[in-house]
Design a binder for this molecule. Sequence first.
Ligand code: ATP
Ligand code: MG
Length: 421
Amino acid sequence: MNPSYQLISLLPPPLSNLLEQVTLLANQQGTALWLVGGVIRDLLLGVPLGRDLDLVVEGDVAALSAALVAELGANLRAAHPEFGTASLAFDLDGAAVVLDLARARREVYPQPAVLPVVEPATLEEDLGRRDFSVNAMALELRIVDGHLCAGEWHDPFAGQADLSQRCLRLLHQQSLRDDPTRLLRGVRLAARLSLHLHPATQIQIRHALSQGYLGLLSPERILGEICLALEEPQPLRLLAHADAWRLTPQIVPGLHATPHLAARLARYAAHPPRSVVLSQVVAGLLCYDLTVDDLHALTQRYPLPSPFARLLSDVPRLRDLGPQLHTDLCPSQIDQLLRPYSDVAIHVLHYAETGIAAQRAMHYLEEMRPLRLPLDGRDIQRLGIAPGPAIGKILAELRTAYLDGVIQTREQAEAWVINNR
Ligand code: ATP
Ligand code: MG
């Protein structure tokens, strides 16, 4: 069945208005536009659309993107004229939507697992270079009587039928050898959309893993996929899929889904933090039970951005803090234990632990860390202390006294400084 008419009507109105304007401009330039990839898949499934939409352009990408910037106020985020690609951000009622434009292309892989050589091609060839049948459908956008309408529909690999059976299928035998990141894209998609593997694809995956194709990829490319995985809404589900595919040991040795990890991620999902980067918290929770050797191997293997590297190096110490936070401690002792760690690390500790330890971690973040003393360094100088290390020492002692309730007011703090100088 050709679903193209329904697809246009399923677009959220702000998006369909935007695509209408984009298509009008494209048509003025004699350029044809095709909606492709994830957006088609997600519309057919009735799941929320991602923020990035892919459009294949049969025409001049640079000229179209210049018109989108000039006429629609788009923000050009990236452009590679040599590959015929451009990425443009639009503001839709305060939310950013990104359109990724690309000239129809074929890809030639000179060697396995390296970036392909790209050449202009037909739309059919462009669909043939894609990863899975469910991502290889295209709908032409047209303007009829001034309104956005469906044009031609292309589904050369029966992606629609696969989607209705929730089946994930690679397009050709060499696919995972050409680009082993498809293993990681596939597991992300299968977990997110509850897709099962086509039997032939399952065999290809087993073969790719046994041949060590993932090892042909640069660590940067694997890390890129890991970062996308960390942003998925259900990390445990994704990990369970990766375990079932026997993928995890080749990516993060030592990691696997356990009931412990499930409980931690459930606590996180029930009350996600608001003030820190969620993917960092998820990474910390996933790695919480890794051995010191496995953690070290991870930091050696991948060029981790510094917040992730710091978090992973903190994990063994955070684990030791858990039991300590269950013992009898006064507020200043908790402050001293937790002060060296980032907000992200303390969130990880909060979700990883239970009972009083979890409560203390959160209390520290919400109440103790932001606490301001009634006196600052300048006040202390005014009370007759010479600038220098003594001021820092007094401030630290004052903080202890204040946290433990020995000092409660500014007057008491001043008297304390005068008596202790
Ligand atoms: P998501 O919702 O995760 O963004 P998506 O399918 O839109 O899913 P993108 O990474 O945005 O994924 O890629 C857009 C499209 O480009 C895909 O649907 C697929 O057709 C194609 N594509 C992306 N990466 C690859 C790849 N490594 N190999 C083949 N095709 C790819
Ligand atoms: Mg996408």
